[in-house]
Ligand binder design. Structure first.
Ligand SMILES: Nc1nc2c(c(=O)[nH]1)N[C@H]1C(S)=C(S)[C@@H](COP(=O)(O)OP(=O)(O)OC[C@H]3O[C@@H](n4cnc5c(=O)[nH]c(N)nc54)[C@H](O)[C@@H]3O)O[C@H]1N2
Ligand SMILES: Nc1nc2c(c(=O)[nH]1)N[C@H]1C(S)=C(S)[C@@H](COP(=O)(O)OP(=O)(O)OC[C@H]3O[C@@H](n4cnc5c(=O)[nH]c(N)nc54)[C@H](O)[C@@H]3O)O[C@H]1N2
Ligand SMILES: [Mo]
Length: 691
């Protein structure tokens, strides 16, 4: 591979690719990449081994741990890249399910658990995710999302910047609520908002809609039940307090609500900025409530439902694969979400003695030491594990704690289909592609590696009916069998030949590109997409009323007067891609904080000076950029830096770990969902001494 280029014929990307994607051949060829199974030696360095040596040792240890302490003592953790790894994600989730372990940790709990829980409340399934219909909307409210950089999250469309610019070109409005004048905010109307204050703003807007009778009574009657409870919840938001909490004047809040209601169509979408505060389920609930009560759910230009090639949401809702609160975590008694426990609990599950203690952890594409709250606790706890096995292409600050690092094939080296993002695509499409190149050296697909581990435990890492029995007879069902079957019998499938123009894995792999399924997501599909028995949206949620009371009772801690929030940069992907030479040129790629001029003067720091940031939970020092692009009283900080391990360029990039400052104390995370509290952390700042 010498270069990568986007496909102009792709129905969604339409010939656009981000700078990270087109440099990926450098990751594949990276000299620091782990391409053999590696065993940690007593001196902390790693030595290459054969697959047989690795699997025999790991298998023996896993069996011994299971025998002595039960299957609960074995856990798994998987990170963001599984969302683009259909077979690896199916296998690692299947392994946890078949083991029956509660120690299943996913990066969803530092990202989107609040979405899942709010969706379960409102729509009856954790997997329902209404999408902002950007191609047709007249009014787009973007809350804590920076799609010009992130390319959109939980909504997928190529050329998202152009799509958003298209809204204003048509005479519509795009309003960006963000503490920072971001790359997106600069293009549109920017309303600065204090971090971790979104529910105040959204609740106050909802109150204005009810008080001024700006709601769509017909749509509410047709689509929902429980509106009176929502009206009462909205009524508990005081507009003056909301203005103080958010830094957004009452007049702005009022006009935002009126304009939203008056727009022919309106979409309301939030992402990490709205998902990583302390009340993130309430925030997501209020975001959706705004579009529901204004009649914008299932409306062209409002919020629409995706039409994936494999309807995982529908299947999951019907089979009960997804859900919440079906069991609770051992140490902190937190309800599960989609079968997983919050990452904020992982350290305590390892270090707290007792029955069911986590002793062996298998990780897949996960860098929890950097990405998860309470980073220092996580790093220390990993060293207490009896066995840690990590599937990662690098020796990272996380995988370096492992007894074994196993080398995964990367996405260009394996068969792939976009299982997760296809449900979020504004232009429904189907794609399933063959590997571009064979894996380097001993690298193997994550699904293959997990299957090998499962064989050593005498199980099949797939929770499908009859799967274990067939495996005993020597027939191992693979993730692609299950998903191809689901595709073929589904709405877009070939029904094994009965629908000759329908899709199958074989047909898609022969196509090479992607197949467009429709120009837009359909509207008028409401009844099919809501999974409550009455097929209505349930607006009466006592847990949300309780969260509102908790929010209203909350107070600020005067010792930590500033609020810290996260910044994503164009050429990073969360905690990685910092080892790719061409993505690491230029100073702005580095770890830095951003603070306003007046705050910098008050703190006595100059542009590029070291700044020490202290929270209740930790302290770091990083260089600061002084810029009025951030709101007064706030500090922005790039997350995903401060590396250790064997990725030399990433380690040399320096910086510090944002999540040293964030809490793994369960009383601070979002209560209904266990989602981490990472944005709006109370901090104080002072001049730091140069390292
Ligand atoms: N402070 C703060 N913290 C945050 C966030 C924030 O905004 N602020 N964002 C949160 C969000 S949204 C997310 S999603 C999480 C992400 O948290 P993680 O998922 O833990 O972090 P990533 O950097 O995405 O981890 C990717 C790891 O997977 C490895 N990898 C890449 N491809 C493959 C593969 O094909 N197979 C295998 N086995 N490994 C692979 C990489 O080398 C890397 O070590 O971080 C969260 N943490
Ligand atoms: N280039 C690049 N693209 C990425 C990623 C990456 O690391 N780099 N990561 C991918 C992943 S895993 C995800 S989940 C998506 C995330 O996609 P987005 O959420 O669109 O990306 P962010 O840049 O995190 O945008 C969050 C915005 O919220 C603002 N913010 C922070 N705190 C608050 C708050 O309390 N309230 C409000 N209203 N705003 C706040 C931040 O200033 C930031 O501009 O991006 C994906 N795409
Ligand atoms: Mo994410």
């Amino acid at each position: 591979m010498i270069s990568l280029a986007p496909d102009p014929a792709h129905p969604s990307s339409r010939g656009f690719a981000c700078s990270k994607g087109v440099q990926f051949h450098e990751v594949v060829a990276d000299p620091d990449r782990v391409v053999h199974p590696m065993q940690r030696m007593p001196d902390g360095l790693f030595a290459p081994r054969t697959w047989d040596q690795a699997l025999d040792d790991i298998g023996a240890r896993l069996r011994a741990i299971r025998k002595a302490h039960g299957a609960q003592s074995i856990g798994v953790a998987y990170g963001n890249p599984v969302a683009w790894n259909y077979a690896g994600s199916t296998a690692i989730a299947g392994l946890a399910e078949v083991l029956g372990t509660k120690h299943r940790f996913s990066s969803a709990s530092v990202d989107v658990n609040n979405y899942f829980v709010a969706a379960d409340m409102l729509y009856g399934s954790t997997m329902v995710n209404p999408l902002p219909d950007y191609a047709h909307t007249d009014f787009a409210l973007l809350v804590g999302t920076n799609p010009v950089v992130s390319k959109g999250s939980l909504v997928t469309t190529g050329r998202i910047r152009d799509t958003l610019v298209g809204i204003t070109a048509r005479g519509g409005r795009v309003i960006v609520l963000d503490p920072r004048r971001t790359e997106t905010a600069r293009l549109f109307e920017h309303v600065p908002i204090r971090p971790n204050a979104d529910p105040w703003l959204l609740g106050a807007m909802l109150r204005v809609l009810f008080d001024e009778e700006l709601i769509d009574a017909e749509a509410i009657a047709r689509q929902t039940v429980g509106v009176n409870a929502l009206r009462a919840l909205a009524g508990s938001f005081d507009l003056d307090r909301a203005a103080r909490e958010t830094g957004v004047p009452v007049e702005t809040i009022t006009s935002l609500a009126r304009d939203l209601a008056a727009a022919r169509s309106a979409s309301v979408h939030g992402r990490c900025g709205a998902s990583l505060g302390q009340y993130s389920t309430l925030t997501k609930f209020l975001l959706d409530a705004l579009s529901i009560v204004t009649g914008n759910l299932d409306r062209r230009g409002g919020m629409v439902f995706g039409d994936p090639m494999v309807d995982l949401d529908g299947i999951g809702a019907k089979t009960g694969a997804f859900g919440r609160n079906r069991w609770r975590t051992r140490v902190h008694d937190i309800g599960e979400v989609n079968g997983t426990a919050p990452l904020a609990c992982v350290a305590a599950e390892i270090t707290t003695p007792g029955e069911g203690r986590l002793r062996a952890l298998i990780g897949l594409s996960s860098n929890i030491v950097t990405s998860s709250p309470g980073a220092a606790h996580t790093a220390a706890a990993l060293d207490e594990l009896d066995l840690m096995v990590w599937l990662d292409p690098y020796v990272t600050e996380t995988s370096r704690h492992a007894h074994w690092i196993l080398p995964p094939a990367l996405w260009l080296e394996r068969e792939e289909m976009p299982i997760f993002t296809q449900g979020q695509s504004l232009i429904p499409n189907a794609q399933w592609v063959a590997p571009v190149v064979p894996p380097r050296a001993d690298a193997r697909s994550d699904a293959w590696i997990v299957d090998q581990l499962a064989r050593r435990l005498g199980i099949l890492a797939l929770a499908v009916p009859g799967g274990q029995l067939l495996a005993k007879l020597g027939l191992r069902i693979k993730p692609h069998h299950v998903i191809d079957l689901t595709l073929r019998i589904g709405k877009h499938g070939d029904l094994f030949g009965l629908r000759p123009r329908g899709l199958s894995r074989k047909k898609l792999m022969a196509t090479q590109g992607a197949v467009k399924l429709a120009d837009d997501c359909a509207v008028g599909v409401f009844a099919k997409k809501i999974f409550h028995d009455d097929h209505r949206v349930h607006l009466d949620q006592p847990d949300m009323a309780a969260e509102t009371r908790r929010l209203i009772a909350s107070t600020d801690d005067a010792r930590y007067p500033m609020r810290l929030f996260s910044i994503r940069t164009l050429r990073s992907h969360n905690t990685w891609l910092h080892n790719v030479p061409r993505l690491m040129t230029g100073g702005e790629r580095r770890c830095h904080a951003v603070m306003s001029c007046s705050d910098a003067v008050a703190a006595g720091v100059h542009d590029r000076d070291p700044l020490t940031i202290t929270s209740q939970w930790g302290q770091i020092t990083v260089p600061v950029i002084v810029s009025d692009e951030v709101m007064e009283g706030t500090v922005g900080l790039t997350h995903g830096f401060g590396h250790g391990g064997g990725w030399r360029r990433a380690v040399a990039a320096g910086g510090a770990n944002y999540n040293v400052l964030t809490p793994d104390d369960p009383s601070y995370i979002d209560q209904p969902s266990g989602n981490a509290f990472l944005n709006g952390i109370p901090v104080r700042v002072e001049p730091g001494s140069a390292p």
